[in-house]
Design a protein around this ligand. Structure first.
Ligand SMILES: Nc1ncnc2c1ncn2[C@@H]1O[C@H](COP(=O)(O)OP(=O)(O)O)[C@@H](O)[C@H]1O
Ligand SMILES: [Mg+2]
Length: 399
């Protein structure tokens, strides 16, 4: 990675060159080689600052993330008019203030309005420190903080493919809770519908004690609940039915619950041939009922009490309701997972993560039969005696 290491004199003369072209309105973007041999340079306007712009130096030697349609690069440093010093990515006390920049090329099918929506959806979430995009003709440049951790896509890929990198049973529970909390706190709470919830758009940092911290990213398809559209927004394999059927009137923050259930299916190891089949059908405009496949969950995870399995299926089944209004709220889902986890910790469970084969996984009955007539989601409490609530696989009441 090239470092931005300019003397004060070099920084000043580079600054003057850029400044002249900016003032003459010639450009606000300098591709690598035109002014700097190592970096692209983007002039970004800043809001609320008397020095209202800065030059950002983009390191294009490698992209951040894998398989993304839009390249995301690290910002190697900045040149600001107030200091006229080129500063690297390390802030005070050596704390990394690494920023990223996402390049997007727009067209009639991928309009510039999407990057504005991306900014509008993400800006309310402090963790990303999203800056207003720089738009030059059909190109946009979006600066944000680099979040710690890895994308959930990578983590789940390793979980399936890399021995020794599997999530523990407890981590799957903690991750399930943290994912829904992140959706609630970072997205839904702001009246935003993300519409592209999927593992590649989720970053997960595991703290030293193993607990996960979750960040939702990529608000490119997001919309405010009050400004709905019938755009086919999102990714195949994760579309909520109301998006696939282009019913804007049915969209709400509940629209993100459905794809979050698809993500949780992967956390709880739905076999990949089922998720792939679901994706292929969505590409053809057909919506398979994933609830029918819930009995195939936990592939390769041993030692989960059948009652716990049943409870997890019930939670996911409720989240996958085709009627958005019947899907549980984030708080209900979180409480349900916490309740199941609390029940689990009173049981003797084999906490080793993944076994060689799935043959020891006991299949619980289809959860649909346990749904309440209203389709609503009820939690079990201690002890479960009421016949009016759904009993989430708790042991029979002693009375
Ligand atoms: N703020 C961020 N911090 C860390 N990694 C990020 C961040 N934003 C994006 N990435 C990485 O770049 C990838 C692509 O970013 P994303 O915004 O999802 O682009 P796209 O629009 O192409 O899907 C993500 O999957 C992630 O690996
Ligand atoms: Mg993305």
């Amino acid at each position: 990675m090239p470092t931005l290491n300019l003397s004060q004199d070099d920084a000043r003369s580079l600054f003057e060159t850029l400044e002249k072209q900016r003032q003459d309105n010639l450009t606000r973007f300098w591709p690598q080689g035109s002014v700097s041999p190592d970096f692209d340079i983007v002039c970004r306007n800043r809001k609320g600052n008397r020095f209202s712009y800065r030059y950002e130096f983009v390191d294009k030697t490698m992209t951040v993330g894998e398989n993304n349609s839009n390249p995301v690069y690290k910002i190697a440093g900045t040149l600001t008019p107030e200091t006229m010093k080129a500063r690297g990515a390390i802030g005070k006390q050596g704390i990394s203030k690494q920023r990223l920049i996402k390049y997007q090329q727009h067209s009639a099918h991928y309009p510039v309005s999407l990057v504005i929506a991306e900014y509008t959806g993400a800006v309310q979430e402090n963790a990303l420190h999203m800056k207003y995009p720089t738009i030059i003709a059909n190109n946009s440049y979006l600066t944000m903080r680099e979040l710690p951790g890895e994308s959930l896509d990578t983590i789940l890929h390793n979980d399936y493919a890399t021995p020794g990198k599997q999530l523990t049973y407890l981590q799957r529970f903690q991750l399930s809770i943290a994912l829904v909390e992140a959706l609630r706190d970072q997205v839904s709470r702001h009246g935003v519908i993300h519409r592209d919830i999927k593992p590649a758009n989720i970053m997960v940092e595991f703290l030293p004690d193993g607990t996960p911290r979750v960040y939702i990213i990529d608000y490119g398809f997001s919309v405010k609940a009050a400004h709905l559209d019938s755009f086919l927004a999102g990714s195949f394999g994760y579309f909520a039915p109301e998006i696939l059927k282009k019913c804007p009137d049915l969209q709400s923050t509940a629209t993100d619950i459905y794809p979050m259930a698809c993500v949780l299916l992967e956390v709880w190891r739905m076999p990949s041939n089922i998720t792939l089949n679901f994706e292929l059908n969505q590409q053809k405009g057909k919506l398979l009922n994933l609830r029918r496949s819930l009995r195939r969950l936990f592939s390769g995870i041993t030692g989960i009490d059948p009652l716990i399995q049943k409870n997890i299926r019930i939670i996911l089944s409720a989240m996958l309701d085709t009627e958005p209004k019947n899907r549980p709220q984030p708080d209900e889902i979180i409480e349900a997972f916490k309740t199941v986890l609390a029940y689990e910790s009173t049981e003797e469970v084999d906490n080793s993560s993944v076994a060689e084969s799935s043959s020891s996984v006991a299949l619980a009955p289809s959860p649909e039969i346990l749904k309440s007539p209203s389709g609503s989601f009820t939690f079990f409490s201690e002890p479960v005696c009421s016949s009016s609530t759904i009993e989430y696989g708790k042991p029979p009441c002693p009375n």
